[in-house]
Design a protein around this ligand. Structure first.
Ligand SMILES: [Zn+2]
Length: 364
């Protein structure tokens, strides 16, 4: 974190995390362990070489920035997925993240997952979701961290493939009619956004809505047509009602009608400051985040893919917002409250975290 320390105040804050990809929490240690357990060959001969690779700042998008020889983030991310084979592997991945949540005082989270990156490698969707379900149950029992998960369509794959994945995953959803195993309660849109606007997946969103599931979607920062994608997510998707949340969406700041739309429709942004800070200078990025807050757009702070982003987790992202936006303790408590309000947790879970948040001292 470039010398920035996580303060006792940030550490102690009870937190929620709404934007984290479970495969993006795969630590080098767990990747190394699973590669050996499953005889998956890694392109590193030593653990130290693997650790060095993780210090790389990836090429954001070759389509946008050109190919400078560095891997893209998504190439690294999907390479990491190769070691996940058995139900126990997915369980361990989930449990490792939830254990880390406990250490960071994250009380509730909504991790993203997808099945497509795994079924295309011959892994059954059931293997993936049964592993995560066990982690959901045991993480709540053992670490006290409650979670509702979010199924993602991979937007750089064909819609038909995504719909097929959703149909296969549906028995693991928390369906409106009370059936379903209860792993996930929402759908999202992830992976490479280049020329893949949100509306392409409208059919998937409609199916999810019919099942009583929530809908969120990524609008990546400074992607090609970024502001147009935010426009679709606010005004056009879900039959014109817009998504319930937007993941990232920082480019809303580029157009007044987007800022107004977010506020009017009460759509919050799940921001991940360090993800942007890798590519934008401090004095460019953090005034934008501050402007969103000052203008009354609801935002909360999250980590995205911590192990592929210099090991900066949700607490580190909150520290960055606190320090570089020049926020007060009261502001930080408000950001956590935003996250609780933007979450789709049960009311009793929300109430418990709000109550705990009320005990935090905000006098300096
Ligand atoms: Zn993300």
């Amino acid at each position: 974190m470039d010398g920035l320390e996580i303060s006792p105040f940030i550490k102690a804050l009870p937190k929620v995390e709404l934007h984290v990809h479970i495969e993006g929490t795969l630590t080098p240690a767990l990747r190394w362990k699973l590669a050996h357990r499953n005889s998956v060959k890694l392109p590193y001969t030593t653990f130290e070489a693997l650790l060095d690779e993780d210090k790389v700042t990836y090429n954001h998008r070759k389509e946008v920035n050109g190919d400078d020889g560095r891997p893209t983030f998504l190439e690294a991310y999907f390479a990491g997925c190769q070691v996940l084979i058995t139900e126990d592997d997915f369980y361990e991945l989930g449990m490792a993240y939830l254990e880390r949540c406990k250490e960071m005082n994250v009380r509730y989270c909504e991790p993203f997952f997808d099945t497509q990156a795994h079924t295309e490698r011959g892994i059954l969707a059931q293997t993936v979701m049964d592993g995560y379900m066990r982690a959901q149950r045991d993480g709540a029992e053992k670490y006290g961290v409650r979670s509702n998960w979010i199924f993602c369509f991979l937007r750089d794959r064909p819609l038909s493939e995504g719909l097929e994945a959703f149909h296969a995953a549906r028995p693991w959803a928390k369906l409106a009619d009370g059936t379903g195993k209860g792993l996930f309660h929402a759908v999202g849109l992830a992976a490479n956004e280049f020329e893949k606007p949100p509306l392409l997946f409208e059919e998937g969103f409609q199916l999810a809505i019919k099942d009583g599931l929530h809908v969120t979607m990524h609008c990546d920062v400074d992607q090609k047509d970024a502001a147009d994608h935010v426009h679709e997510a606010i005004f056009d998707v879900c039959g014109g009602n817009g998504a319930e949340r937007i993941d990232h969406g920082l480019n809303a700041i580029d157009r007044p009608e987007l800022m107004a739309g977010l506020k009017e429709r009460g759509i919050g942004l799940t921001l991940c400051p360090h993800a942007y800070h890798r590519r934008q200078p401090t004095d460019v990025l953090f005034p934008k985040i501050k402007k969103l807050i000052d203008e009354g757009v609801k935002v909360c702070i999250n980590s995205d893919d911590p192990t592929y982003m210099h090991d900066v987790w949700v607490d580190g992202n909150m520290q960055k917002a606190y320090t570089y936006c020049g926020l007060s303790k009261e502001d930080m408590v408000k950001l956590v409250k935003n996250g609780i309000e933007m979450s789709w947790a049960d009311e009793n879970v929300k109430g418990e975290i709000l109550q705990e948040l009320g005990t935090i001292s905000i006098t300096d």
